[in-house]
Design a protein around this ligand. Structure first.
Ligand code: HBI
Ligand code: FE
Length: 303
């Protein structure tokens, strides 16, 4: 879905008529989290998801994720209160968590990140759709993203992405930059001494993908290369066909210092673009995927 279609779906879901979409209550799209209004059932969904992921992540999530989680007021019993998360985050890395109704327009999203505010969906998925997400909810955003925001390197990197996003929009190069975000912040793997570990929020918040990304023989695992990633389409509706692996988080900090403008010129929309499952001669392949998982499925949407 493109952003317009996603916003449309969002409005339908929240019972707004088409056309009201451009009228958020506040111009920055933030809302009150309304923590007091969560029902016992909603806290229960959080608990189910939290306990499932807490069993899976030891030995799979990277040390920084585990460390961040440990120091945050996040536990199984209730959906976290953004005010309390922000207090702890603010002291550590200067970030805050702000509530939004779901997906927000790109420029609004980047503006928040550039100011070290992480927009988090305030709602939680329904008990019958635990593994299905049309747009980011509080479990994906808080459980998946916030622990990494306790890390100073990731904190700076995501702010730089916000600033870079605003510039990329002006240059009309958002597609390439969004791929970098996707294959790092959302679906990134990190090489640790003990082996590959998860740092991407899209993986860390998904029970099936946290196993698939590391243990399935199907996907490729390839060392991260910036230009290569900028040319690589991604799947938005299924597991990734390729994961890109960084050696340490410092590698991301280097990325945030790069001036992307000349890169956009080289990697422009006329240059080669790669299918998500493609392996290239220049790739440093850590694991060559069998492709078995996706071979058995209909090809869905690519970005
Ligand atoms: N809005 N709430 C929210 N969360 C996101 O991750 C998000 C968004 N709007 C736009 C967006 N992501 C992406 O399309 C950009 O990163 C390109
Ligand atoms: Fe996300």
């Amino acid at each position: 879905m493109d952003m317009q279609a996603q916003l449309q779906a969002l409005n339908t879901k929240h019972g707004l008529a088409a056309g009201e979409s451009g009228k958020p209550e506040r111009p920055d799209w933030t809302i009150d989290q309304g923590w007091e209004r969560y029902t016992a059932q909603e806290h229960g969904v959080w608990k189910t998801l939290f306990e499932r992921q807490s069993k899976l992540l030891p030995g799979r999530a990277c040390d920084e994720f585990v460390q961040g989680m440990r120091e945050l007021p996040i536990g199984p019993d209730e959906i976290p209160d953004f005010r309390r998360l922000s207090e702890v985050l603010m002291k550590r890395t200067g970030w805050q968590v702000v509530a939004v109704p779901g997906l927000v327009p790109d420029d609004v999203f980047f503006e928040h990140l550039a100011h070290r505010r992480f927009p988090s969906g305030h709602f939680i998925r329904k008990p019958h759709e635990l593994d299905y997400l049309e747009e980011p909810d509080v479990f994906h955003d808080v459980f998946g993203h916030v622990p990494m925001l306790m890390n100073p390197v990731i904190a700076d990197y995501i702010q730089a992405y916000g600033e870079g996003g605003l510039r990329a929009q002006r240059l009309g190069r958002l597609t390439q930059l969004a791929r970098v975000y996707w294959y790092t912040v959302e679906f990134g793997l990190l090489r640790q001494k003990e082996g590959l570990r998860i740092y991407g929020a899209g993986i860390a918040s998904s029970s099936t993908e946290s196993v698939f990304s590391l243990e399935s023989p199907s996907p490729n695992r390839i060392r991260f290369d910036l230009e290569r990633v900028m040319r690589t389409h991604y799947r938005i509706d299924d597991f990734q066909e390729s994961y890109f692996v960084i050696d340490d988080l410092e590698q991301l900090l280097e990325l945030s210092r790069i001036d992307f403008a000349p890169l956009y010129e080289r990697v422009d929309d006329g240059g080669p673009a790669y299918r998500p499952g493609e392996v290239l001669p220049g790739d440093q392949v850590i694991h060559r995927g069998t492709g078995a998982y996706h071979a058995g499925r209909l090809k869905g949407a690519l970005k």
